[in-house]
Design a protein around this ligand. Structure first.
Ligand code: UDX
Length: 445
């Protein structure tokens, strides 16, 4: 919405949320207090806030005055009932639709921005069309393809903008209205229009394909470790084939983030609910491979530390699911920490952007052990040197640039010998690490 406001000074953009604390944070004078850390975001908020970009809790008022409403509430994986652990929870979407239906007095375009299972637009339409007050709603699907950490750049220069709408004159008109909003800065050949279902399914499919590439290269990483091949070399060699391409072939401790796992589980659930077992099994394997990669990394640490980590201090550099974000959802670090804590390791975490409360909340959510035990076994510190001092192993869980610039010789002097570095992101120079004296273990080499 910030980018839409920046590029469309003639459009008034209102971001509304029931959560007063969050809205206050978006309105905070101190831009360090914005709820989301994202390179370039704070400047854009500052440029546009209270000009044509507003943050408020006046939800009804915003609904009443809007021509276009983006529904951007979260759709987490269900934690209860039918489809538990797989299906998307549409509770917040439905509540939103009911609120719009109750409040709206003029015709509106409703845009699904949240990632939704295919055919959710139908449910939205049925709720909205039964308000009985004669208001007409057009529902569009406009999935978001930005990646965290590069969100602003991705929004300013998207590969494509996808808009799905009804195949009727009113539907086409609504598509055109939304296309014009993006048309302020996105070339028209990059604005793709489809029917609603194709658009909804494209979002799940795009994420499934991206995650599949990571799982594919991660599966090869294990083969590399036993054969003496090097996964980065293999990735480079295959990526130069223009049919394969170089992106998303970086072997890692496993993909995280709010989208990949959730969207694939959703895809699997949809396929199963239509009785398409082979399709469901095919995509589920991408998740199973990712789970395997995370536990494999934890096992490598344990076996290299003489099969016991009990009472040993293990350092985690990084907790976020990737660099340049403070988001930790589904971060591999959570699962690796959990596995090591099950072996009674004592973990010290340093992450440049993630707050301690978030780290404990992530662990408590897993429910593997009591909150007290989580706080006893894991400590969060504010400096990398403090994190590494007297450590038996240093593990890289996020590819923050600053980790590459550390004085690794100084770190080597501070750790317990023999000293190991387990690089879950393959960001350090293995030769340099070995020359310093570390036993360096990257993924797939
Ligand atoms: C993803 C999609 O890229 C984006 O288009 C969609 O809108 C939302 O989901 P995001 O989850 O923000 O975006 O991050 P992404 O850059 O895709 O990374 C996801 C995970 O895969 C991260 O944990 C990342 O470290 C990992 N990854 C990515 C790898 O392990 N190797 C790679 O080569 C690329």
């Amino acid at each position: 919405m910030t980018v839409i406001a920046e590029k469309n000074p003639h459009i008034k953009v209102s971001v509304v949320d029931m959560n007063q604390a969050r809205i206050d944070a978006w309105n905070d004078e101190n831009l360090d207090n914005l709820p989301i850390f994202e390179p370039g975001l704070a400047e854009l908020v500052k440029n546009n806030r209270n000009k044509n970009l507003f943050f408020s809790t006046e939800v009804d008022e915003a609904i009443r005055t809007a021509d276009i409403i983006f529904i951007s509430v979260n759709t987490p994986t269900k934690t209860y009932g039918r489809g538990k652990g797989m299906a998307a929870d549409l509770k917040y979407i439905e509540l939103c639709a009911r609120q719009i239906a109750r409040v709206a007095q003029t015709d509106k375009i409703i845009v699904e921005k949240s990632t939704l299972p295919v055919r959710t637009a139908q449910a939205l339409k049925s709720i909205l069309d039964h308000t009985g007050n004669g208001v007409q709603f057009q529902i569009l699907s406009n999935p978001e393809f930005l990646a965290e950490g590069t969100a602003i750049a991705d929004l300013l220069h998207p590969d494509r903008v996808l808009i799905g709408g009804e195949e009727s004159p009113e539907g086409r008109e609504a598509i055109q209205t939304l296309s014009d909003v993006y048309g302020s800065w996105v070339p028209s050949d990059k604005i793709l229009t489809t029917n609603v279902w194709s658009s909804e399914l494209s979002k799940l499919t795009a994420n499934a394909f991206l995650a599949q590439r990571v799982s594919s290269i991660n599966s090869i990483s294990e083969l590399c470790e036993v054969t003496g091949a090097n996964v980065d070399e293999v990735a480079r060699a295959i990526g130069m084939d223009s049919r394969i391409g170089p992106k998303f072939l970086k072997a890692s401790v496993g993909f995280g983030g709010s989208c990949f796992q959730k969207d694939i589980l959703n895809l699997v659930y949809i396929a199963r609910s239509y009785g398409l077992e082979a399709v469901a099994d095919y995509w589920e394997q991408v998740i199973l491979m990712n789970d395997h990669q995370k536990s494999r990394f934890a096992n490598t640490i344990i076996s290299n530390l003489y099969n016991t980590v009990s009472g040993k201090k293990i350092t985690f550099l990084g907790w976020a699911f990737k660099k340049d974000t403070n988001d930790t959802r589904e971060s591999a670090a959570i699962y690796v920490a959990d596995a090591l804590m099950n072996e009674h390791a004592e973990i010290t975490v340093y992450d440049p952007k993630v707050r301690p409360e978030q780290i404990y909340a992530d662990l408590d959510y897993l429910n593997s052990r009591s909150p007290e035990d989580n706080r006893r076994l894991l400590r969060v510190v504010e400096s990398p040197m403090e994190a590494c001092a007297d450590s038996h192993a240093v593990c890289i869980l996020t590819e923050w640039e600053e980790f590459k610039t550390y004085d690794w010789e100084a770190i080597y002097h501070a750790v317990v010998k023999p000293a190991s570095v387990f690089d879950g992101r393959n960001i350090l120079d293995s030769k340099k690490m070995n020359a310093i004296g570390f036993q360096y273990r990257g993924i797939g080499s």
